[in-house]
Design a protein around this ligand. Structure first.
Ligand SMILES: C[S@@+](CC[C@H](N)C(=O)[O-])C[C@H]1O[C@@H](n2cnc3c(N)ncnc32)[C@H](O)[C@@H]1O
Length: 429
């Protein structure tokens, strides 16, 4: 493991991930106070920060002290700041982008006096925000699986005056029994499963916020317990580096050789023939348009809708480097949901449509590379059309996490894990 250098703190696939434009009006060479004010003002303006409590916490915590190697502009910019990488250069720790931090703090709804556990201490920045929210009568324990990361979180918290936060080394899959029970548990790494420790260590009436990885879609889900069953109370877009450790399930990030500018992320999917998919890039793409014209964002649960389709559809994400390679832009700056076969892949795209009532509108479509491109592009656009007719219904989408081996439920997606059975459900509870 090594610390990321300042120059290596480039925009990451995990950065932002909210699908929200967070451009702010930061003056050049501004002070940390001015930059912090601009950051929170921007978050307020687009609704990332909604409550006075989260606003006050984010106005209070000097974020730059937790990422000392980043410039002030970067520390207070909209993206995550990578702080540690593994031997292969893969980012393994970062300060999450402020938009993601704000959204998850809002979901967690920490009250003064709460006992809070954070899994994924990282830089310590979010733990400091949690300490502000829990106040002097509450407590915050934060744990990280990386010993050097733990030291760095301690350093940042001490520098910013948050010595009261307890920083421990450990695997978050076990929670931290020593300080349980907790009124709130927040996980700040992508979780494949919900281990029993989180249920056992949550106080009655408590809440868990966790970025759940389900078929290539990561969503920050606020969950409350109903007996043995976790039921969602809110779901937010996010992007996170996956949890590590003995129980972790790796997410595959496959570069199409030789460095074709396309990375395919597969979570829950079948094997990928990267050589065949790389050859697909030699031919011209097939573009297909769905005729579905919608306001540009939010695209209500479109990713889950696509992930819930047939076995070969939408289990990959095509990441943003395609733009640099001169290929067709994915739908978001960070990539698109897509799908693949043995030799062909397709992903979501958009093009501008005439604005309506001052609202930016887009038409959704698909771009496919490979010999089966016509069929795959048509399949994706067909699915988009079905989504277009189901958008109202999808607003009520919810997630339930049952113990492994629980009976089946009528669900759009059922994902079986070691400890749990995850259902993505449309319709009333
Ligand atoms: C995105 S960073 C967390 C950001 C952090 N909350 C902050 O405010 O800077 C994810 C962190 O999760 C940690 N992590 C990954 N797997 C873990 C596990 N099984 N247990 C505890 N921490 C883990 C990583 O080492 C990394 O530091």
């Amino acid at each position: 493991m090594r610390r990321a250098s300042a120059t290596a703190q480039v925009r990451e696939q995990y950065a932002g991930g909210m699908g929200i434009d967070t451009a702010s009006t930061i003056p050049p060479a501004a002070s940390s106070e001015a930059l912090r004010k601009a950051m929170v003002d921007t978050l307020r303006s687009w609704g990332g920060v909604r409550t006075a409590a989260v606003e006050a916490a984010m106005r209070a915590v000097p974020r730059h002290l937790f990422v000392p190697e980043a410039s002030l502009e970067r520390a207070y910019g909209p993206e995550s700041v990578v702080t540690f990488r593994d031997e292969d250069g893969v980012a393994i720790s970062s300060a999450s982008g402020p938009g993601v931090v704000a959204a998850m703090l809002e979901q967690l709804d920490v009250r003064p006096g709460d006992r809070v556990l954070e899994i994924g201490a990282g830089t310590g920045y979010n733990a400091a925000c949690l300490a502000e929210l829990a106040g002097p009568s509450g407590s915050v324990t934060t744990i990280d699986i990386g010993p050097e990361i733990v030291e760095e979180a301690r350093r940042g918290l001490a520098a910013a005056g948050y010595d009261r936060v307890l920083v421990r080394h450990g695997d978050g899959a076990d929670g931290h029994a020593a300080n349980a029970p907790y009124d709130r548990i927040i996980v700040t790494a992508g979780a494949w499963d919900a281990p029993p420790s989180w249920r056992e260590q949550l106080a009655p009436g408590g809440r868990l916020v966790v970025p759940l990885r389900i078929r290539g879609v990561t969503r920050a889900v606020a969950l409350e317990l109903d007996g043995q069953v976790w039921r969602s109370v809110s779901i937010e877009e996010c992007g996170f580096m996956p949890m590590r450790g003995p129980g972790a399930v790796e997410e595959l990030n496959l570069e199409l050789p030789p460095n074709r500018g396309v990375r395919i992320r597969v979570d829950d999917g079948r094997p990928v023939d990267v050589d065949a998919l790389a050859s697909a890039l030699d031919a011209s793409p097939v573009l297909a348009w769905s005729g579905v014209v919608v306001p540009w964002k939010p695209l209500v649960h479109l990713d889950f809708w696509l992930a819930g389709a047939s076995a070969e559809v939408c289990r990959i994400i095509v990441l943003s480097r395609v733009r640099e390679a001169g290929l067709v832009n994915p739908i978001y700056s960070w990539g698109s949901m897509g799908c693949y076969t043995s030799d062909t892949f397709a992903y979501l795209i958009r093009r501008p449509a005439p604005s309506e009532d001052g609202q930016e509108m887009v038409e959704l479509g698909a771009c496919a590379y490979g010999p089966d491109g016509q069929r795959l592009a048509a399949e994706v656009t067909g699915r988009v059309r079905a989504w277009g007719c189901s958008r109202d219904m999808l607003a009520g989408l919810r997630i339930e996490v049952h113990p492994a081996g629980s009976p089946n439920l009528p669900a759009m997606i059922t994902a079986d894990r070691r400890h749990s059975r995850v259902f993505v459900i449309i319709g009333p509870a």
